[in-house]
Write a protein that binds this ligand. Sequence first.
Ligand code: ATP
Length: 442
Amino acid sequence: MEKIVSLCKRRGFIFPGSEIYGGLAGTYDYGPLGVELRHNIKQHFWNEFIAKRDDVHGMSAAILMPARVWEASGHFESFTDPMVECEVCHERVRADQSESIADHEAIHKGKKVIWSTPMPFNLLVETKLGASEKTATTAYLRGEITQGVHVNFKNILDSMHPKLPFGIGQIGKAFRNEIAPRDFIFRLREFEQMELQYYIQPNETEGNTQFEYWKQFAFEWYQSLGFKKENLRLRQHADDERAHYAKDAWDIEYNTPFGGWKEAWGIHHRGDWDLRRHQEYSGVSMEYADPETGQKVLPWDIECSGGVDRAILFVLLEAYREDEMGGEARAYLALAPRIAPIKAAIFPLLKNKPELVAKAREIYTELKKTIPQIAWDDNGNIGKRYRRQDEIGTPFCITIDFDTLGENPDLAGTVTLRHRDNGEQERLTVEEVKNHLISTIK
Ligand code: ATP
């Protein structure tokens, strides 16, 4: 984990939030490479869960929502973690995390720590809206992006006229006043979620079939981020673990180096909990009328919900490798090409040969038109450039040399394509390289 945190900072993936002011716990900022990785993961989600499907629409709801939404969704009552307070220094920690308790007790170096009885702590982040103290209203930064979809259920029905079963997908920020943000970007106070709410006919058979389908769909999608099968698992929640709304719930978990299996993604059978509550609290009917029979039902919802930041962390942990190449130790990220921040780096063999640089620039400009995430590097020797690209997970390096210019006429117009994981090189035309890149980053 320390190696990933340091690589992320050194190479421009992820920085501690507001670092020059001492940081803000539970927040991190994404640098140039991190933001590309993040974008690629979100895009992959959007394509597979939304854009490629005829039965799912996308949307984007506001982050700020009034208190009434959270009353309806049950978050005021149940969106809590148990908290205990240390009676020596009054710091508060999660009562259900033995690691947090032990870490805290260690600070007091053997002195007996007395803990308060556990009390529920609400995780919603509150803010005030309005110009004057008197008229300001309390609003909440959404604690999950889910409710933004449910409160728009009617709008989607009336504007898009979807037929059951259908889904609404969304990606966006969520905020939780986590008592103990920790483990780099695993538990944050500001994070991003990617979710699908899939509305179905309200009956047990349909519920079980759809739940099974989405469980497998989400599991396969998560694997496609580049995980080894044995490092991911599906686990059913025990009865006392399930959220207030859930009829059934499973997590996709990743085997982390900081405490073993941890939640990456949740698949929840929410029944009609959300639509029923919003119908009751808003007074607006959430019923779906069958276009043929006119029969009205309150649909059930199967939810797939994953954290973007957690996906980034787990992808980085999974991809980090150390080996030896050409007699030298190297560290590299074996990122799947579709999510790698940079797809290929282009080098002129020598920086001080204008004809090589001009040709390399020409190929760089040409390839960048089709694949924007291409980088230029002419710093240091080729070996150093490879190491730099390997460390940030660039799957391919393309070198332009004198043969490209026609020194060996048989090789004129060809370049060297080098593969990150095994260091193998092949000679291809620029057109072949382009096609290879397009097919591997899909
Ligand atoms: P946990 O048990 O880890 O607190 P949760 O069960 O509360 O998570 P959900 O409410 O199901 O999580 O949220 C869906 C997803 O959002 C999680 O699977 C996780 O990937 C992500 N997520 C939740 N809380 C955080 C957080 N504090 N920081 C980063 N990601 C989070």
